[in-house]
Write a protein that binds this ligand. Structure first.
Ligand SMILES: Nc1ncnc2c1ncn2[C@@H]1O[C@H](COP(=O)(O)OP(=O)(O)OP(=O)(O)O)[C@@H](O)[C@H]1O
Ligand SMILES: [Mg+2]
Ligand SMILES: [Mg+2]
Length: 482
């Protein structure tokens, strides 16, 4: 019976288009192959530019390592490809990665929408290659040549590396460790695909909205796979909801890896749902979960538990578990907070909207400080002509049991947050409280939150090599003073 249910779940997932077609997978593999060649060409150029001895130039090598959902084998057509670029000690982040490699990539016809996100927690380059989004952070190892399949779990490669590189390496190390620690890879991948789909359908996916990111769900799924190594897929799914519906939060979830771990690091920021990363220094995944989003997540775990308890009944239907939350959400509250975002005409890459989204955790916290019970909704909508006659990106978050919300002061405070240190062309932002009848209907294709080096209204300034002063390594955008 269990096997029968697992099969019907796999069929259900395939029917939802969650498994990438063979052609799509080949396309991504070819992109990775191309980027690997570009990175190799880049490092030879950098070694030459550094006037290194001929044999060093000949042997110079950098590599790329795949992590994120593609690395775990759970990607779908919406997923980006997360690629870590690993370079040797003579290739710097500021000059060689952010300028030289940036310019090489920018000139490639298959690359578009490239930007360098320098002020993120993990600085990275984000671009599209043949239409697929690529996130590419950089890590610099203290070696002259980086082996193609460098083992980042080997401490030898990790000595004396800088903090940014350490943070960038973390994603790959965590992924590799998860893959080593799960007892049955195929079951883990199927479970994680189901759980990510469930979280998206139920509106609890999106780190910026105070919900789960891919990494949180990967560790929670791996945990369940470890605790039930012989279970089939449908039993794993049941166990997932059973485990986390009754979990004594804030007790942290961590994977068993045969190493004694320090359970409580007093210097760490307290989080509502602590999930430990499975490699040293065993810190918690960064999370924006707040009191209100924690309550939503817990309610969804309980709902999932209740539904999956009936898994063996004859009329059980997977559709119930994965029912889109939007159907109910728009009728759930009598009032909603609407966030209108309008980018300026020149902002064709959606930087303003991405920037404001990256500040949503502060807005959620401000609402909590004002004792407003808010239920953030990660879905992005589009409306015509609310702030202007242009297309406006709209978010609509339910408000429950709250008295008067001082929306003017909330808007003022949030405007201060978003104008602080944004260097691009700012657009408009407006907050309004609206009745349920004004719930938006048109959903947009999501834009990833991002902050790039500003390019509009700017000059391109040539940058010369510090090692070969007459050698132009590329251009950077700088503020136009006119
Ligand atoms: N909050 C975080 N804490 C620690 N690592 C993170 C965090 N967010 C992202 N990462 C690292 O970056 C990787 C890629 O993140 P990304 O947002 O692309 O999610 P993903 O798991 O690839 O899912 P998706 O299919 O939505 O792209 C994660 O696998 C993880 O290693
Ligand atoms: Mg990803
Ligand atoms: Mg990514």
């Amino acid at each position: 019976m269990d096997d029968h249910r697992s099969l019907s779940l796999l069929q259900f997932m395939a029917g939802k288009g969650l498994v990438l077609s063979h052609e799509e997978t080949l396309k991504r593999e070819s992109i990775i192959h191309k980027l690997k060649k570009i990175v190799q060409h880049w490092i030879t150029k950098v070694a030459w530019q550094r006037k290194l001895p001929e044999n060093v130039i000949r042997d110079a090598s950098a590599t790329i390592l795949i992590y994120g959902s593609f690395g775990l084998g759970v990607h779908n057509s919406e997923s980006d490809i997360d690629i870590l670029c690993v370079g040797p000690k003579f290739a710097t982040m500021a000059e060689d990665f952010c300028i030289v490699l940036y310019n090489i990539l920018k000139c490639k016809p298959e690359v578009s929408e490239i930007r360098c996100v320098q002020d993120a927690k993990v600085p990275l380059m984000r671009f599209k290659c043949e239409g697929v989004t690529v996130d590419m952070p950089y890590a610099q190892l203290q070696v002259m040549s980086v082996p193609e399949n460098v083992d980042l779990l080997n401490p030898m490669f990790l000595t004396s590396i800088d903090e940014t590189s350490w943070k960038s390496l973390s994603g790959v190390r965590v992924n590799q460790r998860i893959l080593q620690l799960v007892p049955n890879l195929e079951n883990f991948q199927s479970l994680l695909r189901c759980i990510k789909f469930w979280a998206k359908q139920r509106g609890v996916y999106g780190n910026l909205f105070g919900f789960f990111g891919g990494i949180h769900l990967a560790i929670l799924s791996a945990f369940v796979c470890q605790t039930s190594p012989d279970a089939c897929l449908s039993a794993l799914l049941m166990n997932f909801f059973h485990t986390f519906a009754s979990w004594p939060w804030p007790t942290p979830v961590f994977l068993q890896d045969g190493i004694m771990q320090v359970l409580q690091d007093m210097t760490e920021k307290k989080t509502w749902i602590p999930i430990k990363l499975p490699c040293s220094p065993y810190r918690c995944c960064q999370s924006n979960i707040t009191r209100s989003t924690f309550n939503r997540i817990r309610a969804e775990f309980l709902r999932g538990h209740k539904i999956t308890q009936e898994i063996l009944q004859a009329d059980f239907d997977w559709e119930n578990l994965f029912e889109p939350y939007g159907n109910v959400y728009k009728k759930l509250y009598s009032r909603y907070l609407k966030i209108y975002l309008l980018a300026c005409a020149k902002d064709d890459m959606g930087d303003w909207v991405g920037w404001v989204k990256s500040r949503f955790p502060s807005l959620i916290l401000k609402l909590e400080e004002m004792r407003v019970c808010c239920d953030p909704n990660p879905t992005e909508y589009v409306e015509i002509g609310n702030v202007d006659s242009e297309q406006t990106v709209v978010f609509c978050w339910g408000l429950s049991r709250c008295m008067d919300v001082n929306v003017t002061s909330l808007e003022k405070e949030f405007r201060n947050v978003i104008s602080n240190s944004y260097q691009g062309m700012a657009g408009k932002m407006e907050l309004r409280i609206v009745p349920a009848s004004e719930f938006p209907t048109r959903i947009t294709k999501e834009m990833k939150a991002c902050w790039k080096i500003p390019e509009h209204n700017q000059q391109r300034t040539p940058v010369y090599s510090r090692h070969l002063p007459n050698y132009l390594i590329g251009y950077v955008a700088t503020e136009d003073k006119i």
